[in-house]
Design a protein around this ligand. Structure first.
Ligand code: NAG
Ligand code: NAG
Ligand code: NAG
Ligand code: NAG
Ligand code: NAG
Length: 781
């Protein structure tokens, strides 16, 4: 097996596999490419068959074993092979790499969110002048007209009002995709909003067996809710009077780019015999096929709210590989950072050609008052419309479990853990940790409880979610949880009652980091700062599937048109929408330029003028928020951009240690720049000695003639200087290179001050009204 080439795929066994697929595995076979010898598409496929036939007994066997022939993302195919056949293929000329593909599971985890970032006019939209001017952007971008956003997800519910094609312009002439109606009693239909839809389950069916028709359908239709939610957040049409279960968050639901077109690629499916709330599964070979088609179909932006629970090397990550090839066509690939916070270093989708999005809160809360027997009132959060009429006895879960429940989980209200005798007619305090938030309420209800309090454990901090629980409920931060526990332990007759929640707008401070949002450092390459940016991802209201209850639990008979969800999955489509608007305004910009504009215009402060805080109230830093909270309106006129082409990424991969990442296009040079010299809009550097110098190049996208001055905010004990420190531009598109030198006054002292950890600062180029800001992270390890 050759060691060159950028490629793929996951070794993550989250779901046990049936024994029958041990011998015959799915492999991806990747060919070398030779520039100038591109074959017509049907000949590429025939070539793939001929290679496959050479290791199989018969032509039929070869045809039956092929899963996908890839033509646009990579030149290669996926097929069911024995290890022996795979090894034969790997020795053939022109075969660059053969590797085994495993299934993986993604974690899933809007009316208000667009007002918050200033894209919509509405109550409270002007609370922060930095988020203003959004309406102008929407008008300038024609509300996303003529832009096509591809969604890789669990499909959509096409009948949702959010996907109506009222006021939509014609399907762009450049569109080359199709609409698969699927095998469905209710065929999937496209319109001028959803202009294309496809589904991919060959890889899924190999790993999980035939799709179970009661769990999911063989169609682009979404029976989960996740895909409907993310798609409507990017480009849902305007719907007045949308609200979640019980009337929460009522307002106008709209996507960020309400007149953009949607192309749906369903590659995520129900996990057999599991509750939907446990998530879907997406198989790499299916996702790669989806990205392959998305590239050929002509999408402009790809929104991928799919993440892994562990950082994964580029060469084993199907999304990174697919995205790498999507940027050849200048497609902006926007991905969720993952929901593995608050532990550090668990980011997914960290490749520098991807725009990686973390999640933060909105300034909207759904507060329900919780009153204890001692008269103390606590503000809890919930989106459950029911309430209690009087005081009920209050108990702590650990004190009311069945015999035999392990002590370390006894406080968590896991399924079948509570004793009905001890719980009947009471309110139960359950702690977060193992198990699902809504599932805990379900357990209290099963045991005959009348209400429940969901308490954060210390690692969850003060961040809470407004969930649609199945009984009166209140979610409280860890300080309040401890307070309630103390009350229970110290009172002879503890009691409480739970009131109906009300919606609070203009809540301060906001944004705040979501505790679940995955954080840096980026262990795949510590010289690339991730996440890139944050956007609303807590209690986001968007459209929902008619095939899934709001809690995603099978016992829940409720159906809703809109639902509140939290996750970096919800933050990702916000930024994808902003990218779509920028694409509409600046059709000639590269994907790196669009990302740069969003990052350098992002904002690090909350609506109280302080640095954005983490969920536990401490100051957050670029490992949590990257360049900061996105400000779409500012991004339209960034002044300067840090551009990067496919060649730059190729060179980056050479430096990273992947030899000849793109055969036929690049031969890695002998002397390689360090990876922190990739022309990235943020800076992450090691500091082995007292000084380090990095290179960057900016491109003028503002007025032709202009001058930019350098300013910086170095961390205490450091200096940050640019050379030159003034940049003169005479024309649009002109490039200027500069170096940034970071110097520690005394490196030993700095290592002590920062305890061998990290120091944070930033630098800015400004022409006095544009601020092109880049965060700097210095590693003192
Ligand atoms: C299909 O799914 C339903 C619901 O999860 C389950 O009850 C049924 O046993 C499944 N059928 C098969 C063949 O696995
Ligand atoms: C708050 O959270 C951050 C990030 O998870 C962590 O580093 C810090 O120690 C926490 N602080 C407190 C007081 O819990
Ligand atoms: C609880 O402890 C048991 C064994 O002592 C362990 O297997 C389990 O993972 C623990 N659960 C949690 C949530 O920590
Ligand atoms: C960085 O910039 C300096 C000054 O322009 C130049 O001499 C050097 O070759 C550049 N280094 C790299 C790695 O590009
Ligand atoms: C740092 O200092 C060490 C020893 O003084 C030297 O060997 C090394 O080359 C220096 N590294 C850089 C990046 O200057």
């Amino acid at each position: 097996m050759k060691n060159n080439i950028l490629l793929l795929v996951l070794f993550l066994f989250l779901v046990p596999l049936p024994a029958s697929c041990v011998e015959k595995q799915v492999y991806i076979v990747h060919f070398r490419e030779h520039e100038g010898t591109k074959l017509p598409l049907h000949e590429i496929e025939e070539t793939h068959y001929s290679y496959l036939s050479s290791v199989k007994e018969t032509e039929e066997e070869a045809r039956a074993s092929l899963l996908y022939s890839y033509k646009h993302s990579i030149n290669g195919f996926s097929a069911v092979l024995t290890p022996d056949e795979a090894s034969k293929l790997s020795e053939m000329e022109d075969v660059a790499l053969v590797y085994k593909s495993e299934p993986r599971k993604y974690s899933t985890q809007t009316t208000r969110s667009w007002e918050f970032v200033g894209l919509e006019e509405g109550e409270g939209s002007n609370f922060n002048p930095h988020f203003a001017m959004g309406k102008d952007l929407l008008v300038k971008a024609g509300y996303g007209k003529d832009v096509i956003v591809g969604l890789l997800d669990s499909g959509v519910w096409p009948e949702s009002k959010s996907f109506s094609d009222e006021n939509m312009g014609p399907i762009p002439k450049s569109w080359k995709g199709i609409c698969q109606s699927g095998v469905d009693a209710n065929p999937f239909r496209c319109n001028k909003k959803i202009i294309g839809a496809r589904y991919y389950l060959k890889g899924y069916e190999h790993f999980y067996g035939a799709l179970n028709a009661t769990e999911d359908c063989r169609s682009p239709r979404d029976l989960d809710g996740h895909g409907t939610h993310t798609a409507s957040t990017v480009a849902g049409n305007r719907v007045h009077g949308a609200a979640a279960y019980g009337g929460f968050g009522r307002g106008t639901a709209t996507g960020g780019a309400p007149l953009a077109h949607l192309a749906i690629y369903k590659a995520c499916w129900a996990i057999p015999n599991q509750e939907k709330i446990n998530g879907n599964t997406c198989v790499d070979v299916d996702m790669l096929a989806a990205i392959d088609d998305a590239i050929a179909d002509g999408v402009h932006v790809l929104s991928i709210s799919i993440g892994l629970s562990e950082p994964t090397p580029y060469t084993k990550d199907g999304i990174a590989v697919g995205a790498y090839n999507a940027i050849k066509k200048n497609i902006v690939v926007v991905c969720a950072a993952g929901n593995q916070g608050p532990d550090p270093s668990k980011l997914s989708n960290t490749a520098p050609w991807i725009l990686t999005v973390g999640a933060s809160t909105l300034d909207r809360k759904f507060f329900g008052s919780l009153v204890l027997g001692n008269g103390k009132e606590i503000k809890g959060e919930t989106a459950t419309p029911s309430s209690l009429d009087k005081m009920y006895p209050l108990v702590y879960a650990s004190d009311v479990v069945q015999p035999g429940v392990a002590a370390n989980v006894s406080s968590q209200c896991l399924p079948s853990s509570l004793s009905p005798v001890k719980v009947k007619g009471k309110i139960v305090l359950c702690m977060r940790g193992a198990g699902l938030r809504i599932g805990k309420g379900l357990e209290v209800k099963r045991a005959g409880g009348v209400g429940f309090i969901l308490g954060n454990s210390p690692e969850n901090g003060e961040g809470t979610s407004a969930d649609a629980h199945v009984l009166p409920a209140s979610a409280v931060g860890s300080k309040d949880a401890i307070e309630i526990l103390k009350y229970i332990k110290s009172s002879r007759n503890p009691k409480a009652t739970i009131g109906r929640p009300t919606t609070v707008l203009g809540y301060k401070p906001a944004p705040e980091m979501a505790s679940f949002s995955s954080r840096g450092p980026n262990v795949i390459d510590t010289n690339i700062l991730k996440p890139d940016i944050i956007a609303p991802g807590v209690n986001v209201l968007a459209a929902w599937s008619g095939g899934s209850p709001p809690s995603k639990l099978s016992v829940d008979p409720r159906r809703v048109e809109y639902n509140l969800l939290s996750g970096t999955s919800m933050a990702c489509p916000h930024v994808a929408a902003a990218a779509a608007l920028l694409r509409a305004i600046h059709p000639g910009w590269s994907s790196a330029a669009i990302r740069s504009a969003l990052m350098t215009s992002a904002w690090m402060r909350n609506n109280m003028g302080q640095t954005i805080k983490d969920a536990n109230g401490t100051e957050a830093d670029p490992f949590q928020f990257g360049s900061g909270h996105f400000r779409p309106a500012k991004a339209a006129d960034p002044g300067l951009v840090y551009d990067a082409s496919r060649k730059d990424y190729d060179l980056y991969l050479c430096s990273y240690g992947i030899s000849d990442p793109d055969p036929g296009f690049i031969k890695c040079p002998k002397t390689l720049p360090p990876t922190y010299n990739l022309n990235y809009p943020s800076v992450a550097i090691p500091l082995p000695n007292d000084t380090i110098t990095i290179n960057r190049t900016v491109t003028n996208v503002g007025p032709g003639k202009n001058v930019y001055f350098f300013t910086s905010k170095p961390p205490t004990g450091f200096s940050v200087e640019a050379s030159p420190s003034v940049l003169f531009f005479d024309s649009v598109g002109q490039k200027r290179s500069f170096t940034i030198t970071v110097r520690a006054r005394d490196v030993q002292e700095a290592k002590q001050t920062y305890k061998g950890g990290y120091a944070f600062g930033w630098y800015t180029w400004t022409d006095s009204h544009r601020y092109v800001r880049s965060p700097i992270v210095i590693s003192l390890a």
